[in-house]
Design a protein around this ligand. Structure first.
Ligand SMILES: [Mn+2]
Length: 433
C-alpha cells in the first residue's frame, strides 16, 4: 500500500530526514528496559485508516489507495493490510480498533457479528504473519442512531441490551486475538438536559453494565485488563466519566475498583480543564493508570482535535510519571491521533506517527535524566519533610487527633513562611528539555 515508504530506522539526533527516528531506538536500554518496553506504542485503526478529514463543518478531504470508500469486506481487509504494513514499517508492536471501524454494521446483530468474526479471523492471520499484537479492542456504542441517547445509560432497556450484546462480542473477540485490555469510552454516556434525565438511574445502569462485563470476562477466562476512558463533554454536555478522579470515585462507589483501571487521553484531560499530564498523574498515583491515548488538543480550538503531541515538555512529564510508576503493565501509548484534514497525502500519516513516536522517545530520554539526577525529586521530598518526623509523622501514621494538632499548633506558634519556589522548579525542568 505504501511502496514509497521504507522501514523507518533510528538515525540519531543529527538526522534531518523526516522519514527517520532521531530519538526512538526501539532496542536501546534506558533505566533497565528497552525503549520499546517503556513506550509500547500502538496505532489505531479508526483515525489512521478510517479517518478521511471530515469534521463538524466539512466533508472528507482525503482519498486513500487502501480504501475504495465501499462497505465491502474486501475493503475492510485492504485497510487492515495497510495497517499491518504501517505497523511493520514503523516498528510499532501494537494496534487498537473498535468493532464497527474494523468491520461493517450489518442489517441486524447476527449479521454484524458474522462479518466481525470473518474480520477477526483475518486479523488473527495478520498477527501471526507479522508478530504484531492487539493492545485493546473496544465497542462503538455512540455512532449508530440507536445510541443517540447513550448505550449503557440509555433510558430504553432495549438499547441497553444491544450495548451489552456488543460488549459481550468484543470481550470474546479480544480474548481470541490475545488483546491485553478492553477499553470502555462512554461516547454518549451522559446527558444533555436535566429535564428529561434520571441521572442516578443512568449511573446505576452503567454500573450494572460494568458488573456484567466483569462477570462475563471471568466466565470466558479472559485476563484482559478492563479500562475506562474519561472525557468531560462532547458529544454530550455532561459526560458521566468526567475525568480520572470522577471515574475513580464512580468505581469505588459501585465496588468496581479492583476490576478496572483507566485509559487516559490527554486531549480529554485538557477538555476537563486540567493540564495535559494531570489525569495520568492522578490515575498513576492511585494505582489506576492502565494505558494512554497519547494525543493532544489545540488550546485555541478547545475541542477534541486528537492531534499528535508535539510538545516535548508534555511528553517529558508524561514519561516521567510512567517511568516512576515502573512502566505499563498491559497498557501502552496508543496513537488515538489524526493528521489535520489539510494533510492529505499518505506520507503525512507516516510523518505524524514518526513525529509522535520521536517526541515520546525524546520525553523518555529527558525523563530518565531528571529521575537519575534526582534534583527536583529531592526538592519535592524536602518540601514535605515536616511530615517525616514528630507531629507530621503522627498524621501520616493515622495517630494524630484534632486535640493533638491544636496542642502542637499552640506550642510552635505562627508557622514560618516557606516558598513554593515554582520558578526555580521550572528553571531546572527546562534544563532537561
Ligand atoms: Mn481515546
Amino acid at each position: 500500500m505504501f511502496p514509497n515508504v521504507n522501514k523507518i530506522k533510528y538515525a540519531g539526533p543529527d538526522s534531518v530526514d523526516p522519514m527517520s527516528y532521531r530519538y526512538y531506538n526501539s532496542s536501546e536500554v534506558i533505566m533497565g528496559k528497552t525503549m520499546q518496553e517503556w513506550c509500547r506504542f500502538s496505532i489505531c485503526n479508526w483515525h489512521t485508516f478510517r479517518g478521511k478529514g471530515a469534521d463538524p463543518f466539512g466533508f472528507p478531504t482525503m482519498t486513500r489507495v487502501f480504501d475504495d470508500e465501499s462497505n465491502s469486506m474486501e475493503n475492510c481487509k485492504r485497510r487492515i493490510d495497510a495497517m499491518f504494513e504501517m505497523l511493520v514499517k514503523l516498528d510499532v508492536p501494537y494496534y487498537t480498533f473498535h468493532d464497527r471501524d474494523v468491520s461493517p454494521e450489518g442489517k441486524n446483530l447476527e449479521e454484524s457479528n458474522k462479518m466481525l468474526d470473518e474480520i477477526v479471523d483475518y486479523l488473527e492471520m495478520k498477527q501471526k504473519e507479522t508478530g504484531k499484537k492487539l493492545l485493546w479492542a473496544t465497542q462503538n456504542l455512540f455512532s449508530h442512531a440507536r445510541y443517540m441517547n447513550g448505550g449503557a445509560t440509555n433510558p430504553d432497556a432495549n438499547v441497553f441490551a444491544y450495548a451489552c450484546a456488543q460488549a459481550k462480542k468484543v470481550l470474546e473477540i479480544n480474548h481470541k486475538l490475545g488483546g491485553e485490555n478492553v477499553v470502555f469510552w462512554g461516547g454518549r454516556e451522559g446527558y444533555q438536559s436535566v429535564l428529561n434525565t434520571d441521572v442516578k438511574r443512568e449511573m446505576d445502569h452503567m454500573a450494572a453494565f460494568f458488573k456484567m462485563v466483569v462477570d462475563y470476562k471471568a466466565k470466558i477466562g479472559s485476563n484482559a485488563q478492563l479500562l475506562i476512558e474519561p472525557k468531560p463533554r462532547e458529544p454530550t454536555k455532561h459526560q458521566y466519566d468526567y475525568d480520572a478522579q470522577t471515574v475513580i470515585g464512580f468505581l469505588y462507589t459501585y465496588g468496581l475498583q479492583d476490576h478496572f483501571k483507566l485509559n487516559i487521553e490527554p486531549n480529554h484531560t485538557t477538555l476537563a480543564g486540567h493540564d495535559y499530564e494531570h489525569d495520568i498523574l492522578v490515575s498513576s498515583k492511585f494505582g489506576m493508570l492502565g494505558s494512554v491515548d497519547c494525543n493532544s488538543g489545540d488550546p485555541l480550538l478547545g475541542w477534541d482535535t486528537d492531534m499528535f503531541c508535539t510538545d516535548i515538555k508534555k511528553t517529558t512529564l508524561v514519561m516521567k510519571i510512567i517511568m516512576e510508576s515502573g512502566g505499563f503493565a498491559t497498557g501502552g501509548l496508543n496513537f488515538d491521533c489524526k493528521v489535520r484534514r489539510e494533510s492529505t497525502e499518505d506520507r503525512d500519516l507516516f510523518i505524524g506517527h514518526i513525529g509522535g513516536i520521536d517526541n515520546f522517545a525524546r520525553g523518555l530520554r529527558n525523563a530518565a535524566k531528571i529521575i537519575n539526577d534526582g534534583v527536583m525529586d529531592g526538592m519535592v521530598k524536602e518540601r514535605y519533610s515536616t511530615f517525616d518526623e514528630g507531629f507530621g509523622k503522627t498524621v501520616e501514621d493515622g495517630k494524630a487527633t484534632l486535640e493533638s494538632a491544636a496542642e502542637y499548633a499552640a506550642s510552635v506558634g505562627e508557622p514560618k513562611q516557606t516558598s513554593g519556589r515554582q520558578e526555580e522548579y521550572e528553571m531546572i525542568f527546562n534544563r532537561y528539555v
